[in-house]
Design a protein around this ligand. Structure first.
Ligand code: BG6
Ligand code: MG
Length: 216
């Protein structure tokens, strides 16, 4: 059985985590809440709807359904404007090389992201063709840390979950990968991603030989 590779999008393939942060921060400002980088850790990997719920809890604001609906639209509109000029310069270091190496060896590759904007982002940065399967926020019903997104990706690849490797930058994403019984490579602070099987401070530190060592 070949190894299946599953990549999260935001914060693993592209540097969009900073744009999500900016958009949430500006919404938080309207609620008189000072949204910090530390708060943002809980938002990584989490769906748009769940993120808004978290923000409202943090700001201790009881919003009406109408307000929530409007703010979800506002946040996404702001986010889309922030990513509108995105191009391949925002692919995180080493990612293109990893995807090229996997493609050359015909290793099955999937995207496993909570984002509903995943496909247009992959198109913008020119990486869409490296993915055999896309599973994103438009398909999954249960957000990370639920393993649904990664189990659906493994199924799409035709690879057993135990034979899949997930690359993740979010604590919720690492938890989802481990709940799916997959090997997890964390990208970020090892103190936050302590449940990952391997951890790198940034994608730049992932060497080709490490990637090869993951292939069965
Ligand atoms: C995840 C991000 O990949 O997607 C979260 O880590 C984001 O920060 C979530 O909220 C949903 O993204 P989108 O693009 O559908 O708002
Ligand atoms: Mg992420």
């Amino acid at each position: 059985m070949p190894t299946g590779f599953i990549f999260d999008l935001d914060g693993v393939i592209v540097d969009t985590a900073k744009y999500h942060f900016k958009a949430w921060q500006s919404l938080a400002k309207n609620l008189q809440y000072n949204f910090t980088e530390q708060d943002n850790e809980q938002f990584k990997g989490v769906s748009r709807v769940r993120s808004l719920e978290l923000l409202l809890e943090m700001a201790q604001y009881k919003a009406t359904e109408k307000e929530k609906e409007q703010w979800l639209i506002d946040k996404n509109t702001h986010y889309l404007s922030l990513i509108s000029h995105m191009n391949n310069s925002e692919i995180l270091p080493g990612i293109t090389e990893i995807l090229k190496a996997l493609k050359a060896q015909q290793i099955p590759v999937a995207l496993g992201s909570a984002s509903k904007n995943a496909q247009p982002i992959l198109e913008k940065v020119g990486l869409l063709s490296y993915f055999d399967v896309l599973v994103d926020g438009n398909e999954v019903t249960m957000a990370k840390p639920n393993p649904e997104v990664f189990l659906t990706a493994a199924k799409g690849l035709g690879v057993a979950p135990e034979d899949c490797v997930v690359f993740e930058d979010a604590q919720a994403g690492v938890a989802a990968a481990k709940a799916a019984k997959m090997t997890c490579v964390g990208i970020g602070d090892p103190a936050i991603l302590f449940n990952a099987d391997h951890c790198f401070a940034s994608t730049a530190e992932i060497t080709p030989s490490f990637v090869q060592s993951l292939i069965a």
